[in-house]
Design a protein around this ligand. Structure first.
Ligand code: F6R
Length: 241
Protein backbone atom coordinates (compact mmCIF):
# COMPACT_ATOMS: atom_id res chain seq x y z
CA UNK A 1 0.00 0.00 0.00
CA UNK A 2 1.26 3.44 -0.83
CA UNK A 3 0.24 5.98 1.80
CA UNK A 4 0.13 9.63 0.84
CA UNK A 5 -0.22 11.79 3.92
CA UNK A 6 -1.60 15.25 3.22
CA UNK A 7 -2.37 18.19 5.45
CA UNK A 8 -6.11 18.53 4.95
CA UNK A 9 -9.24 17.54 3.01
CA UNK A 10 -8.59 20.03 0.21
CA UNK A 11 -5.16 18.61 -0.49
CA UNK A 12 -6.49 15.04 -0.32
CA UNK A 13 -9.07 15.93 -3.00
CA UNK A 14 -6.49 17.68 -5.17
CA UNK A 15 -4.02 14.77 -5.04
CA UNK A 16 -6.71 12.29 -6.02
CA UNK A 17 -7.92 14.55 -8.84
CA UNK A 18 -4.35 14.82 -10.18
CA UNK A 19 -3.93 11.04 -10.31
CA UNK A 20 -7.23 10.62 -12.15
CA UNK A 21 -6.51 13.53 -14.50
CA UNK A 22 -3.16 12.11 -15.46
CA UNK A 23 -4.75 8.75 -16.09
CA UNK A 24 -7.57 10.20 -18.22
CA UNK A 25 -5.13 12.15 -20.36
CA UNK A 26 -3.11 8.99 -21.01
CA UNK A 27 -6.13 6.70 -21.45
CA UNK A 28 -9.36 8.51 -22.43
CA UNK A 29 -11.32 5.20 -22.59
CA UNK A 30 -11.09 4.60 -18.87
CA UNK A 31 -13.44 2.81 -16.51
CA UNK A 32 -13.77 4.46 -13.11
CA UNK A 33 -15.32 2.96 -9.99
CA UNK A 34 -16.99 5.69 -7.97
CA UNK A 35 -18.13 6.18 -4.38
CA UNK A 36 -20.59 8.52 -2.70
CA UNK A 37 -20.59 10.00 0.82
CA UNK A 38 -18.85 13.10 2.15
CA UNK A 39 -15.30 12.02 1.39
CA UNK A 40 -15.21 12.19 -2.44
CA UNK A 41 -17.24 15.40 -2.79
CA UNK A 42 -14.10 17.56 -2.96
CA UNK A 43 -12.56 15.23 -5.53
CA UNK A 44 -15.67 15.53 -7.72
CA UNK A 45 -15.54 19.34 -7.49
CA UNK A 46 -11.92 19.29 -8.65
CA UNK A 47 -12.67 16.90 -11.51
CA UNK A 48 -15.54 19.14 -12.68
CA UNK A 49 -13.24 22.16 -12.69
CA UNK A 50 -10.51 20.41 -14.63
CA UNK A 51 -13.04 19.00 -17.11
CA UNK A 52 -14.51 22.49 -17.70
CA UNK A 53 -10.98 23.76 -18.28
CA UNK A 54 -10.65 21.01 -20.92
CA UNK A 55 -7.72 19.38 -19.20
CA UNK A 56 -9.33 16.05 -20.14
CA UNK A 57 -12.67 14.71 -21.30
CA UNK A 58 -15.09 12.20 -19.81
CA UNK A 59 -16.53 11.37 -23.26
CA UNK A 60 -14.75 8.03 -23.39
CA UNK A 61 -15.18 7.27 -19.70
CA UNK A 62 -17.43 4.57 -18.24
CA UNK A 63 -18.29 4.65 -14.54
CA UNK A 64 -19.66 2.13 -12.07
CA UNK A 65 -20.77 3.19 -8.61
CA UNK A 66 -20.20 0.99 -5.64
CA UNK A 67 -23.69 0.96 -4.26
CA UNK A 68 -27.25 2.26 -4.02
CA UNK A 69 -29.91 2.20 -1.33
CA UNK A 70 -32.78 -0.24 -1.79
CA UNK A 71 -36.14 1.47 -2.15
CA UNK A 72 -35.02 4.97 -3.16
CA UNK A 73 -35.94 6.08 -6.66
CA UNK A 74 -33.38 7.77 -8.91
CA UNK A 75 -34.84 11.21 -8.28
CA UNK A 76 -35.02 10.84 -4.49
CA UNK A 77 -32.49 13.42 -3.18
CA UNK A 78 -31.03 10.80 -0.84
CA UNK A 79 -30.44 8.22 -3.54
CA UNK A 80 -26.93 7.73 -4.84
CA UNK A 81 -28.24 8.23 -8.39
CA UNK A 82 -29.28 11.74 -7.34
CA UNK A 83 -26.00 12.37 -5.50
CA UNK A 84 -23.88 11.36 -8.48
CA UNK A 85 -25.90 13.41 -10.91
CA UNK A 86 -25.92 16.41 -8.61
CA UNK A 87 -22.27 16.28 -7.58
CA UNK A 88 -20.63 15.10 -10.78
CA UNK A 89 -22.44 13.78 -13.85
CA UNK A 90 -24.58 16.79 -14.75
CA UNK A 91 -21.52 19.05 -14.70
CA UNK A 92 -19.19 17.02 -16.93
CA UNK A 93 -19.13 15.83 -20.54
CA UNK A 94 -19.77 12.16 -19.74
CA UNK A 95 -22.28 10.25 -21.86
CA UNK A 96 -25.02 9.53 -19.24
CA UNK A 97 -25.49 6.06 -20.76
CA UNK A 98 -21.98 5.19 -19.61
CA UNK A 99 -22.59 6.10 -15.97
CA UNK A 100 -23.85 3.06 -14.09
CA UNK A 101 -25.34 2.56 -10.63
CA UNK A 102 -27.31 -0.39 -9.29
CA UNK A 103 -31.07 0.12 -9.47
CA UNK A 104 -32.34 0.06 -5.88
CA UNK A 105 -35.97 -0.01 -6.99
CA UNK A 106 -35.66 -3.10 -9.21
CA UNK A 107 -38.53 -5.52 -8.62
CA UNK A 108 -36.15 -8.46 -8.56
CA UNK A 109 -33.12 -7.25 -6.59
CA UNK A 110 -31.13 -10.48 -6.97
CA UNK A 111 -31.56 -10.27 -10.73
CA UNK A 112 -30.45 -6.62 -10.59
CA UNK A 113 -27.27 -7.72 -8.76
CA UNK A 114 -26.58 -10.32 -11.47
CA UNK A 115 -27.20 -7.74 -14.21
CA UNK A 116 -24.86 -5.21 -12.58
CA UNK A 117 -22.19 -7.83 -12.07
CA UNK A 118 -22.57 -8.87 -15.73
CA UNK A 119 -22.13 -5.28 -16.93
CA UNK A 120 -19.02 -4.90 -14.81
CA UNK A 121 -17.54 -8.11 -16.23
CA UNK A 122 -17.27 -6.36 -19.62
CA UNK A 123 -15.41 -3.36 -18.14
CA UNK A 124 -12.50 -3.92 -15.82
CA UNK A 125 -12.24 -0.97 -13.44
CA UNK A 126 -9.03 0.99 -14.07
CA UNK A 127 -9.30 3.15 -10.94
CA UNK A 128 -11.64 2.46 -8.03
CA UNK A 129 -12.32 5.33 -5.63
CA UNK A 130 -13.18 4.25 -2.09
CA UNK A 131 -14.10 5.89 1.18
CA UNK A 132 -14.11 3.89 4.42
CA UNK A 133 -16.83 3.41 7.01
CA UNK A 134 -16.08 3.74 10.72
CA UNK A 135 -16.59 -0.02 11.02
CA UNK A 136 -14.25 -0.74 8.10
CA UNK A 137 -16.91 -1.13 5.43
CA UNK A 138 -15.97 -0.44 1.82
CA UNK A 139 -18.89 -0.07 -0.53
CA UNK A 140 -21.62 -1.33 1.76
CA UNK A 141 -19.74 -4.50 2.60
CA UNK A 142 -20.32 -4.56 6.32
CA UNK A 143 -18.22 -6.53 8.85
CA UNK A 144 -18.67 -10.26 8.32
CA UNK A 145 -19.11 -10.02 4.54
CA UNK A 146 -17.17 -12.86 2.90
CA UNK A 147 -14.04 -11.77 1.03
CA UNK A 148 -15.43 -13.84 -1.89
CA UNK A 149 -18.58 -11.68 -2.17
CA UNK A 150 -19.83 -10.32 -5.51
CA UNK A 151 -22.63 -7.78 -6.06
CA UNK A 152 -25.33 -8.47 -3.49
CA UNK A 153 -28.13 -7.06 -1.33
CA UNK A 154 -27.04 -6.14 2.21
CA UNK A 155 -28.67 -5.31 5.50
CA UNK A 156 -26.94 -2.12 6.62
CA UNK A 157 -25.24 -2.21 10.00
CA UNK A 158 -26.83 -0.18 12.80
CA UNK A 159 -23.71 2.03 12.93
CA UNK A 160 -23.92 2.72 9.18
CA UNK A 161 -27.60 3.66 9.42
CA UNK A 162 -26.72 5.99 12.29
CA UNK A 163 -23.75 7.54 10.43
CA UNK A 164 -25.80 8.08 7.27
CA UNK A 165 -28.80 9.49 9.11
CA UNK A 166 -27.08 12.90 8.93
CA UNK A 167 -28.33 13.12 5.34
CA UNK A 168 -31.95 12.27 6.22
CA UNK A 169 -34.65 14.15 8.11
CA UNK A 170 -35.07 11.37 10.64
CA UNK A 171 -33.42 8.08 11.45
CA UNK A 172 -36.51 6.08 10.37
CA UNK A 173 -36.10 7.46 6.84
CA UNK A 174 -32.69 5.84 6.35
CA UNK A 175 -33.03 2.72 4.20
CA UNK A 176 -31.99 -0.46 5.96
CA UNK A 177 -30.88 -2.30 2.83
CA UNK A 178 -28.61 -1.53 -0.10
CA UNK A 179 -27.14 -3.14 -3.19
CA UNK A 180 -23.35 -3.15 -3.13
CA UNK A 181 -20.65 -4.57 -5.32
CA UNK A 182 -18.76 -7.25 -3.41
CA UNK A 183 -15.30 -7.34 -1.90
CA UNK A 184 -14.05 -9.69 -4.61
CA UNK A 185 -15.53 -7.32 -7.21
CA UNK A 186 -13.65 -4.39 -5.66
CA UNK A 187 -10.40 -6.36 -5.59
CA UNK A 188 -10.58 -6.84 -9.38
CA UNK A 189 -9.92 -3.12 -9.97
CA UNK A 190 -6.48 -2.48 -11.43
CA UNK A 191 -5.84 0.41 -9.06
CA UNK A 192 -7.62 1.48 -5.88
CA UNK A 193 -7.51 4.95 -4.35
CA UNK A 194 -8.90 5.08 -0.82
CA UNK A 195 -9.58 8.53 0.59
CA UNK A 196 -9.93 9.39 4.27
CA UNK A 197 -10.24 12.66 6.11
CA UNK A 198 -10.84 13.58 9.73
CA UNK A 199 -10.02 12.19 13.13
CA UNK A 200 -13.17 10.09 13.29
CA UNK A 201 -11.55 7.85 10.63
CA UNK A 202 -8.28 7.41 12.56
CA UNK A 203 -9.16 4.08 14.21
CA UNK A 204 -10.39 2.62 10.92
CA UNK A 205 -7.23 3.80 9.15
CA UNK A 206 -5.02 2.15 11.75
CA UNK A 207 -6.84 -1.16 11.31
CA UNK A 208 -6.77 -0.81 7.53
CA UNK A 209 -3.04 -0.21 7.35
CA UNK A 210 -1.69 -2.19 10.31
CA UNK A 211 -4.45 -4.51 11.43
CA UNK A 212 -5.15 -8.17 10.91
CA UNK A 213 -6.63 -9.21 7.55
CA UNK A 214 -10.07 -10.38 8.61
CA UNK A 215 -13.63 -10.46 7.33
CA UNK A 216 -14.67 -8.69 10.51
CA UNK A 217 -12.91 -5.60 9.16
CA UNK A 218 -13.76 -5.64 5.43
CA UNK A 219 -11.29 -2.94 4.31
CA UNK A 220 -8.41 -5.11 5.55
CA UNK A 221 -8.77 -7.12 2.32
CA UNK A 222 -7.07 -4.19 0.57
CA UNK A 223 -3.75 -5.25 2.13
CA UNK A 224 -3.85 -8.12 -0.38
CA UNK A 225 -4.21 -5.83 -3.43
CA UNK A 226 -0.99 -4.93 -5.27
CA UNK A 227 -1.92 -1.38 -6.29
CA UNK A 228 -3.61 0.56 -3.50
CA UNK A 229 -2.97 4.23 -2.87
CA UNK A 230 -4.29 5.68 0.37
CA UNK A 231 -4.62 9.45 0.41
CA UNK A 232 -5.39 10.58 3.94
CA UNK A 233 -5.08 13.77 5.88
CA UNK A 234 -3.07 14.02 9.07
CA UNK A 235 -6.18 13.88 11.24
CA UNK A 236 -7.14 10.50 9.74
CA UNK A 237 -3.60 9.25 10.31
CA UNK A 238 -3.24 10.45 13.92
CA UNK A 239 -3.02 6.91 15.31
CA UNK A 240 -0.21 5.91 12.96
CA UNK A 241 3.34 6.14 14.29
C1 F6R B 1 -20.25 5.19 -0.51
C2 F6R B 1 -19.79 4.00 0.18
C3 F6R B 1 -19.33 4.01 1.60
C4 F6R B 1 -18.64 5.31 2.04
C5 F6R B 1 -18.33 5.25 3.54
C6 F6R B 1 -17.69 6.54 4.03
O1 F6R B 1 -20.63 4.90 -1.84
O2 F6R B 1 -19.81 2.97 -0.40
O3 F6R B 1 -18.48 2.93 1.81
O4 F6R B 1 -17.48 5.48 1.29
O5 F6R B 1 -19.50 5.02 4.26
O6 F6R B 1 -18.63 7.57 3.92
P1 F6R B 1 -18.22 9.09 4.17
O7 F6R B 1 -17.33 9.48 3.03
O8 F6R B 1 -19.52 9.86 4.12
O9 F6R B 1 -17.53 9.15 5.48
Amino acid sequence: MEIISVTHYEEMSERAASIIAEHLRAKPQTTLGLATGSTPEGLYEKLIKRNLQKEFSFKGVTTFNLDEYVGLSKDDPNSYHYYMNDKLFKHIDINPENAHLPNGTAVDLDQECRNYEGLMKDHQIDIQILGIGLNGHIGFNEPGTPFSSRTHVVDLAESTIKANSRFFEKMEDVPTKAITIGLETIMEAKKIILLASGEQKAEAMKRLIDGEITESFPASILQKHSNVVIIADQAALTLMK
